[in-house]
Ligand binder design. Sequence first.
Ligand SMILES: Nc1ncnc2c1ncn2[C@@H]1O[C@H](COP(=O)(O)OP(=O)(O)OP(=O)(O)O)[C@@H](O)[C@H]1O
Ligand SMILES: [Mg+2]
Length: 375
Amino acid sequence: MFAGEDTNNYFESGHSEQKKASSKIARFTLPKLPDHFSAWVDQHSFDVVTVCDLSGHLVYVSQSVSHVLGYSPEQLLGDFVLDYVSPTNQTEILSKIPIQTEASSRFHVSIRNHSGKFIWMETVIARLLHKDTNVDLYLCITRDITDKKEAEEMMIRSEKMSVSGQLAAGIAHEIRNPLTSLKGFVRLLQTGSEKKEDYFKIMIDEIEKMENITSELLFVAKPMTDDKANVRLSEMISDVITLLQPQANMQALELQVKLEHNPVLYCDKSQIKQVFINLIKNAIEAMDKSGVIRIESHIAQEQCHIDIIDEGPGIPLSIIHKVKEPFFTTKKDGTGLGLMICNQILEHHNGSLSIFQNAETSGSTFRVSLPVELL
Ligand SMILES: Nc1ncnc2c1ncn2[C@@H]1O[C@H](COP(=O)(O)OP(=O)(O)OP(=O)(O)O)[C@@H](O)[C@H]1O
Ligand SMILES: [Mg+2]
């Protein structure tokens, strides 16, 4: 190297990426950004940046809040942040706020905008130390995810509609029998039969059976709710069996339930029922001859495991890694959303879905694991 040669020449061979970068900075030192540049970024960003004190009051809100939520920052300063969170979402949000300095978390939150509508936003929040004041503050970056949520809900809804359509044939078949017997009893009553009370009892039983099946079918077609409560496992399983028994009957399949434990689960009942419907429906579809589908539960390490065990052909190793992907299906009329939705719902409940191939018999086991509260 010659004396006086520019040692920052980054074209020189053998320089590391790091050296290149630092020499670039040395050559093209950026001018200090004028204030109106950062004001422009602040105004046009898709994200809202907020800072809260430890009591949850807003001490800074970026200008972008005006086009994202419709408020002006001045309107919000000093307000208690939870007052803008949907009441149904508040307890969950409180449990996710980081308690220690430098900790952070990411979650979805439903926030009221200026016109009073709740919109879904994704937030990342960190608890950081403000070095000058030696006080911790919460720094949040929040983004509108309404479109993403709506697309997800559309997918779930189309899957629910397709499930109810697929189950309708079995259900129509199942309610034809009680209808035929009801018609018979009405005819008998018309003839002025003596055993009126006995007939009425049978007729009411038959009507209740039809009522249960149809209300379960209507439930599947409804949009998914999002509210968690304590629910007994057996209650959810028995509702799902009512709905799927007709489909199983059409294929001469037995649905065998053995709940070794019957815990209370803190969950959204409609969502967890949807998980069982998707899994048992898959099990039924996997079995082309008569046999047994077992639904068994046990508890281990504060988790309730519910296994759906079928006697079908199992899942080929070549596709097992793909089955939870959206739109993956090997069925003529499948949408390939069933397992993806199960996975999504279970993640939302801090649970999981695992798949095992049965070693002794053929078939697969789908295991739903959920945190349990033993009451
Ligand atoms: N119990 C099972 N036995 C064998 N293969 C299964 C079983 N469950 C799922 N699969 C495989 O995983 C694929 C994806 O299942 P998923 O439930 O996501 O969609 P689908 O059943 O094909 O369609 P949809 O549920 O939307 O009607 C299935 O097409 C099938 O190949
Ligand atoms: Mg399916």
